[in-house]
Design a binder for this molecule. Sequence first.
Ligand code: UT7
Length: 341
Amino acid sequence: MTKAPQPRSPRLHTPKRSVSIVGTGSYVPERVVTNADLEKLVETSDEWIVTRTGIRERRIAAADEYTSDMGAKAAQAAMDQAGIGPEEIDLILVATVSPDMAFPSTACFVQKIIGAKNAACFDISAACSGFLYAIEIAQQFIMSQTYNTVLVIGSEKLSTLVDWTDRNTCVLFGDGAGAAILRNRKGAHGVITTYMGSDGDFSDILLMPGGGCRVPITKDNVEQRLNTIKMSGKEVYKQAVNVMLKAAQTALSQAGLKSEDLACIIPHQANVRIIEAIAERMNVPMDRFFINLERYGNTSAASVAVALDEANRSGRMKIGDYVLLIVFGGGLTWASSVIQW
Ligand code: UT7
């Protein structure tokens, strides 16, 4: 693989309505699995995991706790913060690579749990970029005046997709969910710009080959662990730095801002070394980045969603602050958004 993915030409947004995040929520399962616990499963060490990734522990969902259950808990927290009831939600978007089932959508299961009877529901498949893809879709529906209130969720039970015998991947991932409620709020601050990109030429560097129509679930395929995450770590690392940086620059230029205008940057929580490389290239100090990966590992579509909620609840963003969200994931996919809090 030699070609570097290039973000497409920026598509400028001139929002006709102000689309605000009026509530956030998150949920992580109770069970903590530390690096020391993983030392008992595969040949690894706390020292290797911490120095190569920054991850110290992750959460693992209970056997009977599903992506929809975690998503619904995060959604309820976001609804409580926004002060809205389930019947006010017009659309539910769930970004996930670990849906409850191939169909119905996990969004429909969330709808049932929270009782959002008036909502249309569908899932977004954009791997770790899914939450920001969903934010952009929500923004478009609100700006076009199709819907008023959109519930966006990133939720993952990656522990069911991980090969627990593969030390290259099993130390990286965790379970959890984050949610945000988006609404038109007259004259208020909100989502200034969003940007999404993809490059299918890189589909082979991070994938789960089994479980779809190409590699159906058969005894042989399962025995070969084809229904688990496969990753070329080094290649993903290289492309991650490249596309997240370009996504950041594109969103900043669309918003007419410079990196020094940002009060907080919330990046995909995959590896602290990726974040450090981006901080250096953007010339932004690390303390401007919100990082929680040491506690949760990489939770794919939930990653930035959980971080956004934790940053919000900890008072990290003040009214009027510019916040940049940047993600990348399997596909390849990438996305960014500038929000005025
Ligand atoms: O949402 C996107 C998801 N993915 C990512 O963001 C992943 C991006 N990539 C990365 O974060 C890094 O490439 C990794 C953390 C996955 C790996 O770090 P690295 O510095 O690129 O290590 P490496 O793959 O070059 O492996 C170095 C050595 C290898 O041993 P040899 O061949 O040098 O003897 C690996 O076998 O480390 C070995 N290794 C491990 N050792 C202990 C790989 N995994 C482990 C492990 N414990 N868990």
